[in-house]
Design a protein around this ligand. Sequence first.
Ligand SMILES: Cc1cc2nc3c(=O)[nH]c(=O)nc-3n(C[C@H](O)[C@H](O)[C@H](O)COP(=O)(O)OP(=O)(O)OC[C@H]3O[C@@H](n4cnc5c(N)ncnc54)[C@H](O)[C@@H]3O)c2cc1C
Length: 385
Amino acid sequence: MAFDKTYPEIRAAVSKLCAQYPGEYWRKLDRASEYPTEFVQALTDAGYLSVLIPETYGGSGLPLGAACAVLEEIQRSGGNGGACHAQMYTMGTLLRHGSPEQKQQYLPAIADGSLRLQAFGVTEPTSGTDTSRIRTNAVRDGQDYVVNGQKVYISRTMHSDLMVLLVRTTPREQCDRHTDGMSVLLVDMREAVGNGLTIKPLETMMNHASTELFFDDLRVPAKNLIGAEGDGFRCILDGMNAERILIAAECIGDARWFTERSAAYARERVVFDRPIGQNQGVQFPIARAHIQTEAAALMVQQAADLYDAGKPAGAEANMAKLLASEAAWAAADTCIQTHGGYGFSVEYDVERKFRETRLYQVAPISSNLILSFIATQELDMPRSF
Ligand SMILES: Cc1cc2nc3c(=O)[nH]c(=O)nc-3n(C[C@H](O)[C@H](O)[C@H](O)COP(=O)(O)OP(=O)(O)OC[C@H]3O[C@@H](n4cnc5c(N)ncnc54)[C@H](O)[C@@H]3O)c2cc1C
């Protein structure tokens, strides 16, 4: 039995909604590299993408644990919440650091789904994990910032109206700390595309709506600065724990999907006159993947509980993300092995989910960087960089 004591009503309702979007739906989109527009609209209409927005702005004001339940169930059903998970949490930067006017202007429309804020532009071709070295810069010119630079692997920009964009406003070498001097701009892409912003789709291993962005004298109104100029790194940093916990919940959903599939197939597939699941060589890896998943799920739960209680959750959020992404990968690998040749057949969905779940050991933060965080922040060992 999987451990999922939280939000049973939400889980049941999300699961029912997802049942209308079976494997065939996701396979077709995967093959054509298309966006799950109908699925995302159904989730939006049902209010699941605005659970974290406070009621005063039209959302349901639920804790992070509720959002975890939504995303976990999407993955567990065989779908891919990566298409829209950022609509849930990218608004956090605006919610925590935006001015009252900015929040009033954008949050109600994000809550009702008429405005999509699910693009988050940080990664660049030359800076990678070392965010402080981003080169995309914004220079103040009258009532605007003028933005130049490039971003890479930015998801969903072609399916989002707004983007939270991290830029340098003061050169790194002029700052006391290398994380100072960056700022967050809210870019309205409906106006920006063709006027200084070019978006190019990027083909990746799975269907993730990834893009490259080119900024060429893009003018962004200065009133779209979120938080104080130069304080951008701090503004995005405090949203990262929520993102890691939510993605960890997605990994738990993936892991449970793989293990349920593995066990079902192992019970049914008969070779040498007996179900393959009767062989301990087949059943033990499935049992191990299940154990690994349930242990990781406890850490995700703990991280979400701490976050919802307003307590420091950095270590737990990172540990949850690492454990859950590894549990999902172990379950995925076991699922392929259990299915033998059929694991490679597109119609079983295993190979698609296998490709999709691999991402989470790399993005939004790689396992090495999590290990480094725990080693230096929790265990007080010296930094390697
Ligand atoms: C499908 C997809 C979607 C994405 N969506 C977004 C998005 O929407 N927005 C966004 O901003 N970014 C996005 N990303 C980018 C993602 O966050 C980065 O790929 C990730 O943070 C790693 O950065 P990098 O690719 O530059 O790797 P690098 O920084 O080049 O690192 C490469 C490898 O080296 C390791 N490494 C680097 N330095 C060290 C060190 N000091 N010690 C030990 N190991 C180290 C890393 O762990 C990694 O495994 C996405 C990426 C993908 C693939």
